[in-house]
Write a protein that binds this ligand. Sequence first.
Ligand code: ADP
Ligand code: MG
Length: 587
Amino acid sequence: MIRSITLALGIALVAGLPFIAGNLYYLHIATMIGVYWVLIATLNLLVGFTGTLSVGHVGLLAVGAYAFCILAGTFGWNPYLALLAGGVICALLGLLLGLPSLRLPGFYFAMLTLAFGLIVSELALAEQWLTNGSVGLQAPEFPAPFNTPHGLYWLVVGIGGFITWMTWNLARFMWGRAMVALRDSTVAAQSVAVPIYRTKLIVFVFSGFSAGLAGGLYATSQSYITPDAFVVNVGIYFFVAIIIGGRGLILGPFVGAAVLAALPALVGPLAKYGTFFYGLVLLVVVLVIPGGFGELIGGLAARLRQAPHKHTSVVPDLEKLRHAITHAHDYGNARAGVALEAEKVTRRFGGLVAVDAVSLELRPGEVHGLIGPNGSGKTTLLNLISGYYSVDGGAIRLGTRELTGTGVQPRARLGIARTFQTPKLVRALSVLDNAMLGGWPDVRSGFMETAFAGPRPRREEREIRARARAMLEGIGLGDVLGRRAEVLEHTAQRFLEIARALTMRPDFILLDEPAGGLTTAEIATLGDIIGVIRDAGIGVLLVEHHTDFVFRTCDRVTTLNLGRIIAHGLPKDVSRDPEVVRVYLGA
Ligand code: ADP
Ligand code: MG
């Protein structure tokens, strides 16, 4: 609702501008807002959605601008073709820059983009044969009807609108959830098989393309370009625009872009303080409202919509849950039936052997308890099985399939789901969106297919939404579907994690201390839920401290101490094992 209103207002504003703006100077400013918007709309996907910081987009803008002037001017290409070529060149540059750096921590990528921005403006100055150095290049016009100030405005607005539509589609379908997930919780994103590196790379290439287009449009609307138009400051302004508008919103940064383009005109005689002002705005926003204005408004709206905080107990509907799980499994699931096996796995941290030659077999339709004192290696073993850690010895297998060398995402795709000792949710997303992330392994729609809102992403969206909703209703979170995950109480967070894992239609689910922080009644409820999961044929690994609960719920129990198995077998035997009583139960 709020989104549609913003959209309508935005469109009205954009369409009305040339009429409000009586004089050409204002129209020129409006055109510049559009040009910046073409770049910022997709930069916002990168910075705002995936949380990847690039300060070098000014370099891409410059390359796009020069490519346009050189191809359409010097070589006499058709201007549309030159514009497109600029976009493609920048997309390729994005690929070139992103391939080596996006795997590294974000800091390296930011530095690389900064270096790129600096190099481009230096090259534009130095390579006179191509760029005419500091004298600059004349920018060609587009053919009629886009060769007048009004015509150009409409061309820019048209392209900006189209790109905004694409970013909006990307944001509202599964790709959008994946992007926000890898920003807010990489660990959670991995657990549902979101490819971190590939997603960032695709977004960067896409934003490179639109930065290249923006460059061509920039050149033609300025009529003339010189290297000093592309100093690194400009790259920082783009970033400021996104910060002002707020990350994670599609139209938020539009406000930022408007401020950016209009400011020099508005302050006029104070123009020389422009940079100072941008710096000040950045500082104030980062200090006072870290998420930007958009985030502030979004957060307030979310708070207004939500009922005042009261303790709500999570009451599952077990029949509904049973039905949801069975139904999800029926739907095209050809896996299952084999055991998930860890064979003599070992993991060291420096001199410490956290897990020492541990073997464990998780069978479908069985609850396997894993207990032991703090630091005995339970979480480490779970991380080895789910792929977060690599083994130093031994093997992980799914049936006859070797998983040992694979990462988290391939295992998630094979039906191994998990929860975390401290819940890992995507704070900024709603409860329903968080659960829907579990549908990611089923997403076949590509990035571009989603950007164009093709039939497949629409269908997948519907299916995954229905499945996630059914899981949430079954698990007792049906009343809070629209609530932001960050405002959920602890128990609800734990249950939401389980719902997300179940939405993956897993064959195995690994639960790391799911009863931690729950009341006795809630633990009993959790036991019921685990019973339903088991009865549906899913294998459960239950890491727990509440031993009564474990002995009551599990079919088999393994006890660790100092990374080694000290007892293994039926609950009644393990609970009486003298060694277990001595190191663990006795205390
Ligand atoms: P548990 O879950 O049984 O409480 P963990 O598996 O978390 O135990 O830890 C087992 C041992 O391994 C502990 O001594 C812990 O300090 C150590 N450990 C776990 N993860 C790491 C890590 N990433 N780096 C270094 N040491 C670790
Ligand atoms: Mg642990």
